[in-house]
Design a binder for this molecule. Sequence first.
Ligand code: 5AD
Ligand code: SF4
Length: 365
Amino acid sequence: MSSELHKILKKEELTKDDLVSLISAGNEENEIIFNHAGRVRELHLGKKVHLRGLIEFSNICSKNCFYCGIRCANKNVPRYEATEKEIVGAAKHAQDNGFGSVALQSGERSDKKFIKKIDRVLQRIKQQSGGKMGITLSAGEQTEDVYRMWFESGAHRYLLRIEMSDPGLYKKFHPGDNLHDFNKRTECLSMLRKTGYQTGSGMLIGLPFQTPEHLARDLLFLKENDIDMAGMGPYIEHPETPLYKYREVLLSKKERFYLGIKMVAALRILMKDINIAATTAMQTLHPEGQQKALIAGANIVMPNITPAKYRENYFLYEGKSGVHFNLEEVKSVTEERIRSAGFEPGYNEWGDSLRFEKRKNRQRC
Ligand code: 5AD
Ligand code: SF4
């Protein structure tokens, strides 16, 4: 191991330059970084991997992010909205299969009909599980009142990816209007925290024009905002998006994949007690993507339990993994991936973020 890497891995606090060194490490150093991050994870969080049954309940989105296949300007994707009954039914399936939590995810909308529907769904899921089902929500930017209402109805974690923490890059990859305002997004993260949610964020990795410095600052953004959970993954091109024109300047898919795994490892070393997801985008770029992410420090998986007829239309990027499994296969494939990586599924448990628990206890004292 190079003496520089050795020094970095022994440090208590990592600087931006340390993170750049980790992110830019070559193949021979990667294994050392992944193993170190794996040890940090085991020391702080043990061997359990917690499950969030992912229900992508609608691909209707009012936004137009330049990288995303379900942006509102893409007229070639059939739009869907699962019914309340279907969403609550999928949550029942999660419960019956021992997934302690569900994650409800959709495109962004702020109309009353949507807000009320989510509210009813949250209450019904809580009711049918006798309060036992953990619920993560990921439905974008909303007002503080809406966040509070959903919290009171049963959502206790909220995932709002910052996508990229550099305001310049954010401007480059989003339309320059009020709907895509970097400051508004960071304000939403503060509101979520204030409301009492376990707050999650994350970013896209391997975007065109993104440098190791950008990625290092992304990681520091998560730390500075004291986030409880992270979901991040490699950017994967989609033909019907403006960013597709830059496909020639991207890193190869393999390089983007390993960059994603390195980001997981670096974040685990930086924030030892948060929840980090082994995301679908990682599995899409490598047949053992989730196992590798778990070994490098991730501790959450989100098996897709969206009703089958909708699944392939949550088409964020090319080749999205897992859309063809039936619900029985989802459980066995997930369990097999977790065990083959040397971990144990944490069935029927919430698996809340340890960082969040510690903060809550400090506030009580
Ligand atoms: N590649 C990878 N991830 C993407 N997302 C959107 N578009 C892409 C893409 N092309 C991610 C965003 C968003 C989540 C729902 O999907 O990070 O937050
Ligand atoms: Fe909508 Fe999210 Fe896609 Fe942006 S990334 S277009 S907000 S679903």
